[in-house]
Write a protein that binds this ligand. Structure first.
Ligand SMILES: Cc1cc2nc3c(=O)[nH]c(=O)nc-3n(C[C@H](O)[C@H](O)[C@H](O)COP(=O)(O)OP(=O)(O)OC[C@H]3O[C@@H](n4cnc5c(N)ncnc54)[C@H](O)[C@@H]3O)c2cc1C
Length: 433
C-alpha cells in the first residue's frame, strides 16, 4: 500500500465520527484518507471499549441511519451486537469491511503532528509514521480526533471544558467480565430496588441489553473500609451479546485532563486500581458474581471531554432541552445533556420530553475562520452542555457522515465547502435528517 502525497479529503482520527466521515466521502467519489494514531480504528468505541450505543430513536423513528446503521448491521450479521450492545472487536471488523468497500484509504499507526496553512486555508498535515514526518496535502480536512487536534495544531479557534470553571468530565476505564450468573444478579436487583438508581427499569428481558446501576451500600461500605477509591460512586454494567458477560462503566477518575499524556498516564494507573477493587467487591459480595472473571480492561481510559472546536454555530444546552430545529439541519438526536461531574461538581443527566428530538445545524461542523476545515464527533462545536448531549456514538457518527458528505460534494462541484447549497447536502443525508 502506498500513501499518496495528496487526497481530496483527509480525515484525522478513526473513531466512529472519522469512520463515518471517511466512508461517506469515499462513497461519494472523493479520494479519501483516514489517519489514525492507533494500530486499529474505533477510538472510544474500541480502545475505550464503550458500549452500548445510546438512545437515538423517538416514537419508533430512528434518528440516525446512514453509515451508523451500516456499522450496526454488519456487527449484527457477525453476531457481535445484540439490542444496542456490541463488542469492540465486532466494531473494528465492521468498520474495516465498510471502509474497504467504500474505497477509503486508511493509514494506521500514524500521528498528526502539524498543520500547514495559508491564511484561512489548510494546505497539508504533517503525519509521523515509520519514525519520520511526511507532508500530506488535501483539499478538505475533517477533524474527528476527539481532541480537536487539527484546530489546535493549525491555530484555529477551539475551547476546552466548562465555560466558567474549565472543568472536564470524569474519565472512566471500561472493563468486561464473564461467567456472571445474570439470572441470580437480576433476582437480587429486583428485591433491593433501594440499592439502585430510580431511572432503572426492572422488567428485565434477557434477549435484550440489561442495565444495572447502583449497589450503593456495597460501594459506601467498601469506601469506608478503604477497599475502594472514594471517587467511585456506584457500580454500573450493561450486558453483552454472549450470555453471562457484561461491560462495566464504573470507574471514575477525577481531576485529570484526557488530552494530556502525563494525566492519561496517571489515569491509566488510577483506573486499573479502581477496576481491581470493583472486581474484588463483585466477586466477594455481589450475588451472581461469585464465579465471574475479569476478561479484559479497555486499551485506554475512556475520555468523555477535552477540546472542542469553535464553529460558525455552537450547539447549546438550551438547544438540546428545547428540541431546537434549524433551517440547515445535518443530523438529529434525542439524548439529553449528560455531564459526568468532576471533583466538586454535580453530575447532570437530563432527558428530553417524551417524543422530542433536536436538530444539529450545519454551522456546528464549520470551524470558524477556516476555509476548508470541518469538525465532528466529540470535537464538534458546542457549549459544554451541548457537547454533553452530542458526544454519544450515534450522534458522533451522524455528524461525521455529514462532514464526509459536505467535503465530497465540494470536491465533486469544485467549490468551497461553504458554497455547497444546503438542499444538495440534505439530499445526501437522507435518514439522518
Ligand atoms: C466512559 C465513557 C462512556 C461513554 N458511554 C457511552 C455510551 O454508553 N453510549 C454512547 O453512545 N456513547 C458513550 N460515550 C461517548 C462516546 O463513546 C464518544 O464520545 C464517541 O465514541 C466519540 O467518537 P469520536 O469519533 O468523536 O472520537 P474518538 O472515539 O475519541 O476518536 C478519536 C480518534 O482520533 C484518534 N486521534 C486523536 N489524535 C490523533 C492524532 N494526533 N493523530 C491521529 N489520530 C488521532 C484517536 O486515537 C481516536 O481513535 C462514552 C464515552 C466515554 C469516554
Amino acid at each position: 500500500m502506498t500513501i499518496k502525497n495528496k487526497y481530496d479529503v483527509i480525515v484525522v482520527g478513526g473513531g466512529i465520527a472519522g469512520i463515518a466521515a471517511a466512508i461517506k466521502a469515499a462513497r461519494l467519489g472523493a479520494s479519501t484518507l483516514l489517519v489514525e494514531q492507533y494500530a486499529f480504528v474505533g477510538g472510544m468505541s474500541t480502545a475505550g471499549m464503550v458500549s452500548p450505543f445510546m438512545k437515538h430513536s423517538v416514537g419508533g423513528v430512528t434518528l440516525v441511519r446512514g453509515v451508523f446503521e451500516d456499522i450496526e448491521m454488519e456487527m449484527r450479521r457477525n453476531k457481535g451486537m445484540i439490542d444496542n450492545g456490541f463488542y469492540a472487536s465486532a466494531f473494528r471488523n465492521a468498520s474495516y469491511t465498510l471502509l474497504i468497500q467504500s474505497n477509503a484509504e486508511l493509514l494506521l499507526n500514524a500521528t498528526i503532528t502539524g498543520v500547514a496553512r495559508t491564511g484561512d486555508r489548510v494546505d497539508s498535515i504533517s503525519v509521523q509514521y515509520n519514525a519520520q514526518n511526511y507532508l500530506i496535502e488535501g483539499n478538505v480536512f475533517i477533524d474527528t480526533s476527539g481532541d480537536a487536534q487539527l484546530a489546535f495544531l493549525g491555530d484555529f479557534p477551539w475551547t476546552k471544558g466548562d465555560e466558567k470553571t474549565g472543568l472536564l468530565q470524569a474519565l472512566t476505564l471500561f472493563f468486561r467480565m464473564g461467567n456472571i450468573d445474570i439470572q441470580k444478579a437480576i433476582e437480587y436487583v429486583k428485591r433491593h430496588k433501594e440499592e439502585f438508581f430510580d431511572w432503572m427499569e426492572y422488567d428485565f428481558d434477557l434477549s435484550k441489553i440489561i442495565s444495572v446501576a447502583g449497589y450503593f451500600s456495597n460501594v459506601k461500605k467498601a469506601i469506608a473500609e478503604k477497599r475502594l477509591s472514594p471517587e467511585v460512586e456506584y457500580i454500573f454494567f450493561t450486558t453483552l451479546p454472549e450470555s453471562g458477560e457484561a461491560s462495566f462503566n464504573t470507574s471514575n477518575v477525577l481531576g485529570l485532563d484526557g488530552s494530556a499524556s502525563e494525566d492519561l498516564t496517571e489515569a491509566e494507573f488510577k483506573g486499573r486500581k479502581q477496576v481491581a477493587e470493583v472486581v474484588d467487591i463483585l466477586q466477594k459480595e455481589i450475588p451472581g458474581f461469585k464465579d465471574s472473571i475479569l476478561l479484559e480492561t479497555a486499551v485506554q481510559v475512556g475520555v468523555r471531554e477535552t477540546r472542542r472546536t469553535i464553529g460558525e454555530y455552537s450547539v447549546t444546552g438550551d438547544d438540546i432541552r428545547n428540541a431546537a430545529k434549524f433551517d440547515e439541519a445535518i443530523a438529529r438526536g434525542c439524548y439529553g445533556v449528560d455531564i459526568h461531574g468532576q471533583k466538586g461538581e454535580k453530575s447532570v443527566m437530563e432527558d428530553l420530553a417524551e417524543g422530542e428530538y433536536y436538530e444539529i445545524p450545519l454551522g456546528s461542523l464549520l470551524v470558524k475562520d477556516s476555509e476548508n476545515l470541518l469538525a465532528a464527533g466529540r470535537c464538534i462545536s458546542a457549549t459544554r452542555e451541548g457537547h454533553g448531549a452530542l458526544r454519544i456514538m450515534p450522534t458522533s457518527a451522524a455528524t461525521g457522515e455529514a462532514c464526509g458528505a459536505l467535503a465530497a460534494l465540494a470536491i465533486n462541484k469544485n467549490k468551497n465547502i461553504r458554497q455547497i447549497h444546503y438542499s444538495l447536502l440534505a439530499k445526501n443525508l437522507k435518514g439522518n435528517i
